[in-house]
Design a protein around this ligand. Structure first.
Ligand code: N01
Length: 542
């Protein structure tokens, strides 16, 4: 199929990590014609939109990039332990240039719909700029956290000052110097932004609904000898992260917190705390994910650290998470978050006990009647995660079924990559894959490689479509529930559970098989001649 007729082999939605690599794979390596549509004005996805102060990845930079090309991996040098937003965007621009990707990407264009034509076995993709493209394959590379959530507070449009959402930050930046700022939310975005906004604002009020377990990032330059050792170990690092639990070089301990004395707990956790990063979470005792008593031992350690950092006991108490286990809500990493609350111009307001009633022309009013006046309000209120970006698009499969209708009780997929009744539609790091429970670039590479493999096989067989059977899908949905059931993950109100969006079904959305075993499962499906899938030939129906 040719590029210039409105007909292509594949349409990719999104030009972040996933979309860029998918384009490279399909167009450069396999020779397909591909159109990529990207809502932003440049490449980067998450890193195009999330430009709030302090935005950086919580993954160590040496594993926060592509590994599919050794030269690319070697030639890009990150400046710090964690890559900062500008740097990640520059990296992705470099990737786009290096592989000549931009010419196949249409920017400032949002895909509004994709409809499957059962007679032709093609998809018709429409955009908000009025384009229509017919294609054999649709790959959603829309990201799990790209549909920003601003709670529908009454009066939200009445505020006379400036408002910002962390996930849609102005490109030119924001100067808060001398301003009275209110920030709603204390998730990973807020935890990064608050210390920096506090440096500029004359007065900063933080509205907290749920205190988070927050771990030091311990960011800084990486010593030269560490950099060199990593450069010498490309194959090893790649192999280890691909077969790991979470896409990092972190392994859960074989020993249990339940069996450990308080001293042993301290000796195990303190070096991980000092090291910073996810080691205290994803490289710690395995039983903290299953056993609340074991989990409580780690919680106690973390509570002590908060009391060490926050001077005012009442504020420390409010910043201490309660009512849910450690590690089942995404832990933010911080650089001076707790210490910021020692500043006299920074105030913490508990909106769990006294929720926000409305946004007023001058600021925020709580249910108790307490009022706060601001020059600017920052919504650090997160995203309609995982299913949100997919559900924004009118994706119609066989019989005109809308994907969002099919998913009304929660996502239904096979392997988190495909959905029955939606042939040749692939969802990179979609719900029910490890996705957000992993270091994303690792899972993205795995899914992109898998999709390319599937499409290559289909073309070799001159097949028209692939889609999962309802039985395989039902079994996968059940499997995802079975894996999470014995864990503590479902006890907390998290965006993993859809709990941050009023009315969203309460379903644990990621897959908890872990990165390595999930990869092995996908490989097994392919090796078993696409077990669980139906493959049709041209002219045949499923
Ligand atoms: O969003 P969040 P985020 N009234 O959903 C609060 C990734 N990320 O943008 O916890 C009052 O975590 C809400 O309260 P509660 C990362 O995976 C990565 O910070 O629901 N408050 C919460 O405090 C992360 O997990 C990186 O009770 C309300 C906050 O808003 C994910 O993105 C950096 C409210 C939202 O926190 C999302 O993080 C940043 C209401 N009505 C983000 N509604 C890096 O790797 C919501 N809240 C660097």
């Amino acid at each position: 199929m040719a590029d210039d007729t409105g007909t292509v082999d594949a349409v990719v939605i999104g030009a972040g990590f996933s979309g860029l690599y998918m384009l490279h794979k399909l167009r450069n390596q396999m020779g397909l014609t591909v159109r990529v549509f990207e809502a932003g004005g440049g490449v980067g996805g998450t890193w195009y939109w999330n430009r709030y102060p302090g935005a950086r990845s919580d993954s160590d930079s040496y594993v926060y990039g592509f590994t599919f090309d050794e030269e690319l991996w070697r030639e890009w040098e990150w400046s710090e332990r964690y890559p900062e937003q500008h740097e990640i965007r520059a990296y992705l621009e470099h990737v786009a240039d290096r592989f000549d990707l931009t010419r196949s990407i249409t920017f400032d264009t949002r895909v509004t719909g994709a409809t499957f034509d059962e007679a032709a076995n093609t998809w018709t993709v429409t955009t908000d700029t009025g384009e229509t493209v017919v294609t054999r394959y649709v790959i959603t590379a829309v990201g799990a956290l790209s549909s920003s959530n601003t709670p529908p507070f009454p009066g939200i449009d009445s505020f006379a000052g400036e408002t910002f959402h962390t996930g849609l930050w102005p490109h030119e930046g924001v100067d808060f110097t001398g301003k009275r700022v209110g920030i709603i939310g204390t998730g990973a975005s807020a935890v990064q932004a608050i210390p920096l906004i506090a440096k500029e604002a004359s007065d900063l009020t933080v509205f907290q609904r749920t205190a988070n377990y927050i771990i030091p990032a311990n960011n800084g330059p990486v010593p030269d000898e560490v950099k060199k050792a990593r450069l010498d170990d490309y194959e090893g690092i790649r192999e280890r992260i691909q077969n790991s639990y979470f896409g990092f070089e972190l392994n859960l301990l074989e020993s249990n917190a339940a069996d450990a004395t308080d001293e042993e707990i301290y000796e195990t956790l303190k070096p991980r705390w000092d090291e910073g990063g996810f080691g205290i979470w994803l490289g710690s005792y395995v039983d903290i994910f299953f056993d609340d008593d074991a989990n409580a031992k780690v919680r106690n350690f973390l509570h002590d650290r908060i009391r060490e950092k926050v001077q005012d006991p009442a504020t420390a108490e409010l910043l201490t998470p309660k009512g849910y286990p450690f590690g089942v809500k995404r832990n933010p990493l911080d650089s001076g978050y707790f210490e910021t609350f020692n500043e006299p111009h920074v105030h913490l307001v508990d909106v769990k006990s006294d929720p926000i009633a409305e946004i007023t022309p001058t600021g925020v009013r709580l249910e108790s009647g307490a009022e706060f006046a601001f020059d600017a309000i920052v919504y650090a209120t997160g995203f309609d995660a995982m299913t949100g970006p997919m559900n924004k698009i009118d994706i119609r499969g066989r019989g005109g079924e809308l994907l969002r209708d099919k998913w009304v009780e929660g996502p239904r997929t096979y392997l988190g990559l495909t959905s029955a009744g939606f042939p040749n539609l692939f969802t990179i790091t979609g719900p029910q894959s490890p996705s957000v429970l992993s270091n994303m670039p690792v899972s993205i590479e795995q899914h992109v490689d898998l999709v390319a493999r599937i499409i290559g096989d289909l073309r070799e067989r001159a097949a028209a479509t692939i889609e999962p059977t309802r039985e395989a899908e039902d079994a996968w949905v059940q499997h995802c529930q079975d894996v999470v059931a014995p864990t503590l993950f479902q006890q907390a109100d998290t965006w993993y559970m859809g709990a941050n969006i009023p009315g969203k079904p309460r379903v644990f959305m990621p897959n908890l098989d872990f990165v390595g075993p999930y990869r092995a499962k996908c490989d097994e499906v392919v090796a078993n001649d696409y077990e669980g899938f139906t493959i049709t030939r041209e002219g045949a129906s499923a």
